[in-house]
Design a protein around this ligand. Structure first.
Ligand code: GLA
Length: 354
């Protein structure tokens, strides 16, 4: 009798495993939130495309919709890459997040100069409006959520807004204006403020202050994007729980927009390589620590499912990640759930085990 029971159990668990292998992250999480991935148009032409279709139901353009690539000169828009990502999402019934309209990085200089001189406030506002309305307008109905303003909060404890050209020329109101223009271009799009270091209590308080201020002034903002570029040593469970609890009290959509977990201790600035950086293997120890952090993050994401509406990974697999060149140029990192052969890592199996 016992023997038969054992065989039955083995068969049943074998079937369950086979079924799990058929499923993707998006299926495991269908009652929780969409699962997204940041992509380049090039990746969509490789074997990574099949992985994307199986595992994810949302996409973000890693670079193609940033102002430098999409609007390189005042009278020139470069739609090719962004269009190909939007078409892939449509063909495969995936949601699409837009990233990002107003940021201090990857923005071309022409925005801020006029015949070799600094641009006037009026002209810059006009350029910002044209940029936002043209880009948002083109993808109206195709992009359901936009990161309207990215990283406007300062990391310095005694500074509220980051000192950028946008702030310098337009003053604080540039943020509200950006949301207003985006809303005019697509009244149905969900509009997000997106930032990093959200687990730091001081930075978090400033992000919340900014968002609450915008809402008080009836600025059309619908969500906060937490980038979630994390690492083996952070966040702790307490830190992440506090972060999600604080943001969920805003009563807006919370989206995890750029998740990755570096296998190196977090460093926030680029630096030159050191001797120990040569040891860049994905050791068992790193793998175990990373698996535990991913497990903990998704436990808490599930706990906050009434606020969290999407979790997006920043890049597809360990084949290539921006972290291979940041903070140390050329140091291989392994921050994602799929290895370089596109096989699920042990972290993947913990993320889907619930
Ligand atoms: C920030 C930006 C992203 C991306 C990452 C690093 O988080 O929002 O667009 O550039 O940095 O690649």
């Amino acid at each position: 009798m016992k023997g038969i029971l054992l065989v039955v159990c083995m068969v049943v668990s074998g079937i369950a495993q086979a079924q799990d292998a058929e499923k993707g992250l998006k299926d495991f999480y269908k009652d929780y939130f969409t699962i997204g991935v940041a992509v380049s148009p090039r990746a969509l032409k490789t074997d990574e495309a099949e992985l994307i279709k199986k595992q994810f139901n949302s996409m973000t353009a890693e670079n193609a919709m940033k102002s430098q690539p999409i609007h390189p000169r005042e009278n020139e828009f470069n739609w090719k890459d962004a269009d190909s990502i939007a078409a892939f999402a449509q063909r495969n019934n995936m949601k699409l997040r837009g990233h990002t309209l107003v940021w201090h990085n990857q923005v071309p200089d022409w925005f801020f100069t006029d015949n070799g001189k600094p641009v006037s406030k009026e002209k810059l506002l006009e350029r910002m409006r044209t940029h936002i309305q043209t880009v948002v307008g083109r993808y109206k109905g195709k992009i359901y959520a936009w990161d309207v303003v990215n990283e406007a909060i300062s990391d310095k404890p005694d500074e509220f807004l980051r000192k950028t050209k946008w702030l310098e020329i337009l003053g604080e109101e540039y943020i509200a204006k950006a949301f207003q223009y985006a809303h005019e271009a697509d009244p149905n799009a969900l509009l997000f403020y997106n930032d990093y270091n959200e687990i730091d209590p001081g930075k978090r308080a400033k992000i919340i202050r900014l968002v609450e201020g915008l809402r008080k002034n009836n600025v059309p903002i619908h969500g906060v994007g937490l980038q979630a570029h994390w690492a083996l040593n952070e966040p702790s469970r307490e830190q992440l729980e506090q972060t999600l609890s604080d943001f969920s009290k805003l009563g807006l959509n919370i989206q995890i927009t750029e998740l990755d977990i570096s296998v190196y201790p977090k460093e926030h600035s680029a630096r030159d390589p050191k001797a120990e950086d040569a040891k860049a293997d994905f050791s068992d120890e790193k793998q175990q620590k990373q698996t535990a952090i991913y497990k903990m993050c998704f436990e808490l994401f599930r706990k906050y499912k009434s606020s969290i509406t999407s979790v997006t990974f920043w890049n597809i697999s360990d084949r290539s990640s921006w972290l291979d060149n940041f903070p140390v140029r050329g140091r291989k990192d392994y921050p994602l759930l799929f290895d370089a052969n596109l096989k699920p890592k042990s972290a993947y199996w913990e993320v889907v085990k619930f």
